[in-house]
Design a protein around this ligand. Structure first.
Ligand code: PRP
Ligand code: URA
Length: 214
């Protein structure tokens, strides 16, 4: 399976995911509990996110007989974190898929314009050959995700899956408008953006809540 074969939008519907999201949404959850809960959620979100993982046939021998098994192709996928908050998801994804490389795209939203500003890029040089899982907890206006996906496309990456915790309809529309073939996997689809482009009901500023920098 490749990303373009998968549904364009997957919204998780699982009581444990809903419970953990409620902890994250609660303004009284302290930063250490927020980080821990996000880490637990990242393992649950990994399940639908990795549904579109590419596999190839590989001849192996079990202790009993030869067989054609299926395994990830080389080079292994790259998990790309949109800094800072993306690390909260990608750290968990890399624990369930430790073979994957981890790349980083640093970007922050300008507080006045809400337009993302890119400040750092660190990716393997053979990105064009890899399947990519792009992770960021929040998909708000979609500006950061679109900029990140466009950078990956410029490097020749074809197969990208975008994974987040909370998406706004505006962000999904923006990402699909710019990159129609990128599936979006999210733990929740929220109502709308406020006039400062924060997601409602949302969970606030994910980076600040993870790192206690409010
Ligand atoms: C947050 C979030 C996304 C972005 C989403 O990052 O982690 O990257 O906003 O908003 P958008 O869809 O409107 O682009 P932020 O800019 O706050 O940076 P941080 O992770 O360093 O806190
Ligand atoms: N970024 C966040 O961290 N939270 C939002 O609600 C919107 C963008």
């Amino acid at each position: 399976m490749t990303a373009s074969d998968s549904p364009r939008l997957v919204v998780m519907d699982h009581p444990l995911v809903t419970h953990k999201l409620s902890i994250l949404r609660d303004r009284d959850t302290p930063s250490h509990a927020f980080r821990q809960t996000l880490h637990e959620l990242s393992w649950l979100l990994a399940h639908p996110t990795f549904d579109a993982l590419r596999l190839v046939d590989r001849a192996i021998e079990t202790p009993l007989e030869p067989m054609t098994a299926q395994a990830m192709p080389l080079p292994y996928p790259c998990l790309v974190s949109i800094l800072r908050a993306g690390n909260g998801l990608i750290d968990g994804f890399s624990q369930v898929c430790p073979e994957a490389s981890v790349g980083h795209l640093g970007m922050y939203r300008d507080h006045d314009t809400m337009v993302p500003v890119s400040y750092y890029t660190s990716l393997p040089s053979d990105m064009a050959d890899r399947q990519v899982i792009l992770g960021d907890p929040m998909l708000a206006t979609g500006g950061s995700a679109v900029m990140a996906a466009s950078k990956l496309r410029e490097m020749g990456v074809r197969d990208i899956i975008f994974s987040c915790l909370v998406a706004a309809p505006e962000g999904v529309a923006a990402l699909h408008g710019a990159h129609p073939d990128i599936p979006v996997v999210t733990a929740a689809m929220d109502r709308e953006l406020n006039d400062k482009a924060y997601i409602l009901p949302g969970l606030g500023d994910a980076g600040d809540r993870i790192y206690g920098t409010e």
